[in-house]
Design a protein around this ligand. Structure first.
Ligand code: NAD
Length: 417
């Protein structure tokens, strides 16, 4: 498909897949199938702006593979969204869902728009029109979107409403990550960040360390990063630095996370908070910390800055934050990297719980959700760790290998190979 393979993230994802496929001697036909998405939908999204003019935004939904179940994946609103980036993220969802043993395939969507430059009214119109355009291909048993960068539970509420309007029935299972009042799951907001922290606990356990004896730096203070900071702080982790798109905040004694969250929620900025000094995003990446969790965008740790990273452990809260070159540099420095498809799986796990609750009309409380999430994250971590130890592989290669073996088996059973 033209344009699909252009981005560095797509090339990197395929490269990782081929590397692990070689190790587990994957059937070449399975590799061929997984190299291209099943379907890529490109839509125009015209919106009448508040000033009366019409702007047309480009939107995408890429459905990568559904051998394991209905397509599932987030919707991103960002000015740098491209078809190829969305395709790469869709394939990561296939690998993630397989690794986590979920009955779901992989998809991703996006609209090329800067969400900070449009009003709430414009965002609602954009979301409703985008939903209408992709409506024929989504649905509770077809493809279930969720929030990602630049979208929120409110975005999902608009999607749910628009989809229900068009189908004539309330369809709460069409999206996950929606508000609890309309069928969302308790604990979904915190899920990805909490999952990141469960993985940090597990990796520290393997290294005979505990979270209350290490320092953490978290890049990105959005849905993933903020909750990772909250959850790490809650169990005694010393979060010494966080950052958003504008800058970072550093306090070697540990940030008072609940106080900072209160400040950030009121001001939407780290500026003006007195419990730490402002630093740049680049400075955050090179801090002398034990654990670095990049939870912002892809490619933030690259060949320009990997050499400066001092953290001994990197836990990828974001999708694709470490480029291929940076990965090689960090491996040379004996940095232990826990890959995205394992580390940030908490979001899709609780999305899966939400979908199950919606279609069964039976809702769980937050304690149940957190406990079930913990079990899935611990089990998935152990599986990858064991595979990596047994086969002398790094965690990225091992995670992809475990995922590919399940996909191959499903393809064989379905007669696709
Ligand atoms: P978000 O929009 O809620 O937050 C993104 C954060 O990153 C914001 O704090 C923003 O200011 C910051 N940021 C943006 N550009 C930056 C830059 N160049 N440098 C530093 N910080 C920057 O998005 P999110 O949902 O938290 O997603 C973050 C990452 O996690 C993405 O890669 C996403 O695909 C991945 N992810 C999200 C979920 C989820 O449930 N939301 C699940 C799995 C993976």
């Amino acid at each position: 498909m033209e344009g699909i393979a252009e981005s560095a993230l797509f090339k990197n994802t395929i490269r990782n897949m081929e590397h692990s496929a070689q190790i587990v001697k994957l059937n070449p036909s399975a590799i061929e199938r997984l190299k291209s998405p099943r379907r890529a939908i490109v839509v125009s999204v015209p919106v009448r702006m508040d000033d009366g003019t019409v702007r047309v935004f480009e939107g995408y939904r890429v459905q990568h593979n559904h051998v394991l179940g209905p397509f599932k994946g987030g919707i991103r609103y960002h000015q740098s969204v491209t078809l190829s980036e969305v395709a790469a993220l869709a394939s990561l969802m296939t690998f993630k869902n397989s690794l986590l043993n979920l009955p779901l395939g992989g998809a991703k969507g996006g609209v090329c728009v800067d969400p900070t430059q449009i009003s709430t009214r414009e965002a609602e119109k954009l979301t409703r029109r985008y939903t209408s355009e992709i409506a024929p291909w989504i649905g509770p048993d077809r493809d279930i979107p969720a929030p990602d960068v630049g979208t929120s539970s409110q975005t999902m509420a608009w999607m749910l409403d628009q989809y229900s309007l068009e189908s004539g029935f309330s369809q709460t299972g069409v999206v996950t990550g929606k508000p609890v009042e309309i069928g969302g799951s308790a604990g979904r907001d915190a899920a990805t960040g909490l999952g990141v922290v469960y993985i940090i606990e597990k990796v520290l356990e393997k290294l005979s360390q505990k979270i209350n004896s290490v320092t953490l730096a978290i890049q990105g203070f959005g849905k993933v990063g903020m909750h990772a900071a909250i959850e790490a702080h809650r169990i005694g982790g010393k979060v010494v630095a966080v950052s958003d798109v504008s800058n970072g905040l550093y306090n070697p004694e540990g940030i008072n996370v609940p106080e900072l969250v209160e400040h950030y929620t009121a001001n939407m900025s780290l500026n003006g908070y007195h419990g730490g000094k402002l630093i740049s995003n680049e400075e955050l990446l090179s801090l002398p910390v034990d654990v670095l969790a990049p939870c912002a965008l892809d490619g933030t740790i690259n060949s320009n800055n990997a050499d400066h990273v001092k953290a001994k452990i990197i836990v990828e809260g974001a999708n694709g934050p470490v480029t291929a070159n940076a990965n090689d540099i960090l491996k040379g420095k004996k940095c232990l990297i826990i890959p995205d498809i394992l580390a940030n799986g908490g979001g899709v796990v609780v999305s899966y719980f939400e979908w199950v609750q919606d279609i069964s009309w039976l809702f769980w409380d937050e304690t149940q959700v957190r406990e079930k999430l913990r079990m899935v994250m611990y089990r998935s971590f152990d599986k990858v760790w064991e595979f990596s130890q047994k086969n002398h592989l790094d965690m990225r290669t091992a995670a992809m290998a475990v995922s590919l073996v399940r996909l191959e088996s499903a393809m064989k059973l379905r007669g696709q190979l």
